[in-house]
Write a protein that binds this ligand. Structure first.
Ligand code: DGL
Length: 277
């Protein structure tokens, strides 16, 4: 493994905007860390694409981030974590963390009756990644999963939590009506933005697990173990954002999600991205 310096940035990538939920969790937990975020806004959504395509895109973005000299990569996208993480970890000589294992570990902790629900994109659910990560931890757990393809566009459109959102959620979460889980994994970058509505529909007794928040905890632990925590000298970390399509829409929504303007936002041409292997 190549050696890295603690003051290098952490690379984070997602298919687009949703990974800002993971950035938010990282900033809350590790305010002194520098972050370089890549949102593949030209090629979102990943959740309806084939495994080969998502793996190819994930390799290109990881190569781009490595060229920016990051010390670690966080795959914020659940779909990319589900289908591409193993291939990335084999190929790149750098610590790479996905969101599936941290989310699964937290859900298992909160499952006294051994029932866990998982919601995610079609690709994430089809991959069975959460199911097998949970079963690796405890093979006796009953995993009930449900893909919710309409939720990403509702969040992207910033749709208010009105009757449209509530009835879409009721439709999907009905899957859990006869078999109530102890915990429900929000297995998609966008779902934390619907947390209160999801909690209202599923009921207060089901513990919601935000994979992004759990991943931030894992990143902190890994940085400590590898002696790569950026020393806190009172200065907040610098955050750079790169996108593959026009930045205006990203800037508008991401700054709302983060609660502050994005100072360093750049566009990367798709041809440049596609030149990476
Ligand atoms: N970022 C994706 C995920 O977490 C959701 C959006 C997409 O389909 O690309 O699965």
């Amino acid at each position: 493994m190549i050696t890295h310096d603690a003051n290098q940035a952490i690379g984070v990538f997602d298919s687009g905007l949703g990974g800002i939920s993971v950035v938010r969790a990282l900033i809350n937990l590790l305010p002194q860390e520098h972050l370089i975020y890549f949102g593949d806004t030209a090629r979102v959504p990943y959740g309806s694409k084939s495994e080969e395509t998502v793996i190819r895109f994930s390799h290109q973005i990881s190569s781009f981030l490595l060229e920016k000299n990051v010390k670690m990569i966080v795959v914020a996208c659940n779909t990319a974590s589900s289908v591409a993480l193993e291939s990335l970890q084999k190929h790149f000589n750098i610590p790479i963390v996905g969101v599936i294992d941290p989310g699964s570990r937290a859900a298992v902790k909160y499952a006294p009756h051994k029932r866990i629900g998982v919601i995610g994109t079609a690709s994430t659910i089809r991959s069975g990644a959460y199911r097998s990560a949970i079963h690796d931890l405890d093979a006796t757990i009953d995993v009930i999963d449900q893909s919710c393809p309409l939720l990403v566009p509702l969040v992207e459109e910033d749709w208010p939590h009105d009757q449209v959102v509530m009835s879409v959620l009721s439709y999907y979460l009905d899957r859990f009506a006869g078999n109530r889980p102890d915990s429900l994994i929000l297995g998609c970058t966008h779902y934390p933005y619907l947390k209160s509505a999801i909690q209202e529909v599923i009921g207060a007794d089901v513990r919601l697990v935000d994979s992004g928040e759990e991943t931030a905890v894992e990143v902190k632990k890994l940085l400590e173990d590898l002696d790569l925590v950026n020393p806190d000298e009172g200065d907040p970390g610098k955050h750079m954002f790169y996108v593959s399509d026009f930045p205006q829409k990203f800037e508008e929504t991401a700054s709302r999600f983060l609660g502050r303007p994005l100072d360093n936002l750049f566009k990367v041409e798709l041809e440049v991205l596609e030149s990476y292997k």
